[in-house]
Design a protein around this ligand. Structure first.
Ligand code: UD1
Length: 370
């Protein structure tokens, strides 16, 4: 029987694969391979996550790098097909996570080679096909063999799409496993003090979605909003490379260089979690941060009109504000008045999702023990 092949490509994949690889190792599973497509390649976007999350060296690095969607997806497909073709035996399964271009590209390649695909974090839908991730999610779930779901809406969406129940399993959230595991080390770093802030008294910002940062008018509005937040409380903004390029290209970076606002390079996992865990409020357009803040009980303002993670709004701490900056400001005022959302527990977000995934991966029906 061939190996179990894990794929990671971009930053948000790394905190999802880490707990599954650790659990497989703990159970003594052999013949597990890790492929890094290289969609993200900077140390800050990739290497530091391997270090801090204890992910071993990849068995193959495809070194794809950046490009347009077509170029990047195509290069990943060519590279991953060559990797699979070079294996002495076909994999027992390919495991992909999340919704980035690497997820979809490797799913396409594996299924055309009749290799079973397991998608972890399946069933999420924003119902917004302008988002590249939504296309990736739809394509991946349409052809993956086993769909492992992280939140209740995923079960509803897959059922509505007519997916056979036998392909779908609710396992909970593997990204929360990493959070639970790394939180003590993250808190021990004393991140608020490093940025001159008091725990519980500052804001953290992240932004990278094309819909927010690639349109100069929208980006300028965002900058004005961030100035307003920073006037109300110290604000730390680790800047994603895409955002950094756009801020610089449109001459907006200077407007953010002001007292109360700290711009940093992208942070390591522990550094970011350490900062987020004690924040008064988080302002973001990320997918994963909606979930992490919900788990941590930190109010989150999501600068998007929709979310593929509705449980974070229904049960967690998330508020969607779309492009309504008055609404966003009202949330800031609520938070300052001590009326921020606190959230409650979510089924399967318990630090043990990887155990449930590995139970399925090693079950005889999925190809037997490694
Ligand atoms: C990708 C994912 C997105 C995820 C995000 C997290 C897709 C379609 N998008 O978006 O779902 O939320 O990662 O970060 O897969 N760059 C660097 N160094 C790097 C990587 C990228 O400088 O290590 C720059 C490049 O100029 C690149 C740009 O950032 O063009 C964007 O990178 P890309 O991988 O295309 O998409 P992200 O915006 O990071």
């Amino acid at each position: 029987m061939g190996p179990l092949v894990f794929v990671a490509g971009a930053r948000p994949n790394l905190m999802k694969i880490a707990p599954m690889l650790r659990e497989l190792e703990r159970r003594g599973a052999r013949d597990v391979l890790l492929v890094h497509t290289g969609q993200h390649y900077d140390f800050e976007m990739s290497g530091v996550f391997f270090q801090q999350l204890g992910i071993r060296e990849p068995d193959a690095h495809l070194q794809i790098g950046s490009g347009s969607h077509g170029e990047q997806t195509g290069r990943i497909m060519i590279g991953f097909e060559a990797f699979l073709a070079g294996l002495p035996t076909p994999p027992r399964a390919v495991v992909v996570v999340g919704d980035v271009n690497s997820t979809m590209a490797c799913t396409l390649v594996a299924s055309k080679r009749h290799v079973p695909v397991v998608h972890v974090e399946a069933g999420l839908r924003s119902f917004d096909r302008a988002m590249p991730e939504e296309i990736n999610r739809l394509v991946t779930d349409a052809i993956a063999d086993q769909l492992l779901v992280s939140e209740p809406a995923g079960m509803v969406n897959l059922a509505a799409e007519g997916v056979a129940a036998a392909r779908v399993h609710y396992v909970g959230n593997v990204m929360i496993d990493s959070l639970v595991q790394q939180l003590p080390a993250a808190r021990a770093l004393g991140m608020p003090a490093r940025h001159g802030a008091t725990p519980g008294q500052y804001a953290v910002v992240t932004l990278h979605r094309p819909s927010n940062v690639d349109d100069p008018a929208r980006l300028a509005e965002l900058v004005r909003f961030l100035q307003r937040v920073a006037a109300a409380m110290p604000t730390v903004f680790p800047v994603h490379p895409r955002t950094d390029k756009q801020l610089t290209a449109h001459g907006l970076r200077g407007a953010l260089e002001r007292p109360g606002l700290t711009l940093t390079a992208p942070l390591g996992y522990q550094e970011f979690v350490g900062l987020m865990a004690d924040a008064r409020v988080v302002v973001s357009d990320s997918g994963g941060i909606q979930e992490e803040t919900s788990y941590l009980g930190v109010p989150c303002i999501t600068l998007r009109a929709n979310t593929e993670r509705p449980v974070t709004v229904e049960r967690g701490t998330n508020v969607l504000v779309g492009d309504d900056f008055d609404a966003a400001w009202r949330v800031v005022e609520d938070v300052l008045a001590g009326r921020g959302k606190r959230g409650g527990p979510i089924d399967g977000w318990d630090g043990r999702a990887a155990e449930r995934v590995v139970d399925l991966l090693l079950a005889p029906a999925a190809g037997g023990a490694a």
